[in-house]
Design a protein around this ligand. Structure first.
Ligand code: NAP
Ligand code: MG
Length: 486
């Protein structure tokens, strides 16, 4: 029997109102720590609902773009204030919906507040350049202008930060948005929209339509009135969306998976490297796109590193993210849990040695808990060294030199984040120059993002665009080049 305490049923949010779907079908979002507990429901919407939202966004954008940047910024500042007031409640919903620990969920929500403030301020900053004309009697300048309606498709692993880091820049530059959040994080995303509603965006500027990726996500990708689509999620879905949007001439941005390496060089501070492997690899149950999954260690330090890692990983407590003593929560969904189990089996079949964990942690409420897992003797050709697991699994790999480590780091399709722990300046500079990753981190874990800096990957991790900071401008605006002759 499903428990329904604290359950919240959301409808869609279209044209400034909570709007029931045409369909009575709903999607239930459950708690991975207690799969019988329903955290909330959202509509499984129809193409008709989506059409209504896109048309509302189209009309809303015409008025929104006429406001000054400062006026738009004021609404974003207000949204930040409302979200900050509701931080505890939003974070608790996140923990219950997708299992990340409460301190992590609070940190993420606070990040959402900071992102809103950053982009609110952007409304007062330069939006073009004066370019000298060859004609002495002319004034020429470029001015950034919005694209129109922006479609936003987001994953479940950062159900507050990712929707906000896409919506905030889209909105400040004068676009309207239709967001379709991941079904597994849709209740938390709806709580963010609740804050946006209270912030007083004009009608049609912000719209939420929940439902199946294959219906609502696909519908957004195909819709001719959606000028641009920003997506974060898996490679399979992203590649398909990119092709769909490109086929109709729309603009798209894809941020996808990772298989991030952490290089441990012989001269590094070994304790810091161990901490980075634990924190960067296992926090959020390994479900960050920037998580370390391959630890590439120079042979002279290999055994010592391994021993210290095993000591530290033994201290990790697995449990319900709402409980204070929990360091690592459950896998976010049954599918994730099954997938992690599958990779732990595959790793063993491939001949890697499972030296720690990987077993199910049983609990009273049948949560999707798994122990952190560490594999030794991992070869680069193995699936566990090539495919994104998105779980608390570390693959240890031994190399002779830093050069070999960098080659191994690059020996995957992905290129999101990469770290090295080292002191030798030549090794550090070689790493910066030669590693194929959008985020290059020295003596710091692979997971870690600052909102004011460009974020995104190389190779299969991204469509070459960047999010966040000033880089977001490139995606969410286009230029008018104005030539005025007296
Ligand atoms: P996913 O399965 O690709 O889903 C992402 C979003 O796409 C969801 O909203 C999903 O809706 C929707 N979708 C599914 N099928 C679709 C279709 N045919 N057309 C349009 N939309 C569709 O990814 P996920 O499992 O939620 O997230 C995990 C992945 O995200 C990992 O690969 C991770 O690395 C990646 N990620 C990347 C970054 C980054 O910035 N690089 C950050 C975080 C996560 P439903 O939920 O309704 O299926
Ligand atoms: Mg859930």
């Amino acid at each position: 029997m499903a428990t329904t305490t604290n359950t919240k049923s959301f409808s869609n949010y279209i044209n400034g109102k909570w709007s029931p779907s045409e369909s009575s079908e709903v999607i239930q979002s459950t708690n991975p720590a207690k799969p019988d507990e329903v955290v909330g429901t959202v509509p499984s919407s129809t193409k008709g609902d989506l059409e209504e939202a896109v048309q509302a966004a189209k009309a809303g954008q015409q008025k929104w773009k006429k406001l000054s940047g400062a006026e738009r910024g004021n609404v974003l500042f207000k949204a930040a204030e409302v979200l900050e007031k509701n931080l505890e409640e939003v974070a608790e919903t996140m923990t219950r919906e997708m299992g990340k620990t409460l301190p992590e969920a609070k940190g993420e929500t606070a990040r959402g507040v900071a992102i809103l403030r950053y982009y609110a301020g952007e409304g007062m900053r330069s939006d073009g350049d004066v370019i000298p004309s060859t004609d002495p009697s002319a004034l020429m300048f470029s001015k950034r202008v919005p694209l129109g309606v922006v479609g936003v498709i987001t994953p479940w692993n950062f159900p507050v930060a990712i929707p906000i880091w896409k919506m905030a820049p889209a909105l400040i530059y004068g676009n309207s948005v239709v967001i379709k959040p991941a079904s597994e994080g849709a209740v938390t995303a709806a709580k963010v929209i609740e804050c946006f509603d209270k912030a007083g965006f004009p009608e049609g500027v912000v719209n939420l339509v929940t439902g199946k990726g294959s219906v609502i996500g696909q519908g957004l990708a195909e819709h001719k009135d959606v000028a641009a689509l920003t997506f974060t999620g898996s490679n399979a879905t992203g590649t398909h969306i990119g092709q769909t949007v490109a086929a109709r001439g729309g603009k798209y941005q894809l941020e996808m998976g990772g298989k991030n390496p952490l290089i441990v060089a012989e001269d590094c501070d070994i304790d810091l490297a161990v901490d980075a492997a634990i924190s960067g690899g296992l926090k959020s149950t390994g479900q960050k796109c920037t998580c370390s999954s391959r630890v590439i260690i120079q042979e002279g330090i290999y055994d010592k590193f391994k021993q210290k890692l095993l000591e530290k990983v033994g201290e990790i407590t697995v449990g319900d993210g709402l409980e204070e003593h929990t360091w690592m929560g459950p896998c976010a969904t049954k599918e994730q849990y099954d997938s992690v189990q599958k990779y732990i089996e595959i790793g063993q079949q491939e001949g890697a040695e499972l030296i720690y964990g990987g077993k199910t942690v049983s609990s009273e409420n049948n949560g999707y808990y798994v122990e952190p897992a560490i594999f030794d003797q991992v070869e680069s050709t193995m699936k566990i060294a090539q495919e994104e697991i998105f779980g608390p699994v570390l693959a240890l790999m031994k190399v002779k030199t830093v050069e070999e480590a960098i080659n191994l780091a690059n020996d995957v399709d992905y290129g999101l984040s990469a770290s090295i722990f080292a002191k030798n300046i030549d090794h550090i500079l070689d790493f910066i120059e030669d590693v194929d990753a959008g985020l290059v981190r020295i003596n710091s874990e692979t997971a870690g993002v600052e909102l004011q800096a460009p974020f995104g990957g190389m190779k299969a991790s991204s469509s070459y665009s960047r999010e966040q900071g000033q880089a977001a401008k490139e995606f969410f605006t286009t230029f008018k080049t104005v030539f005025i002759k007296r």
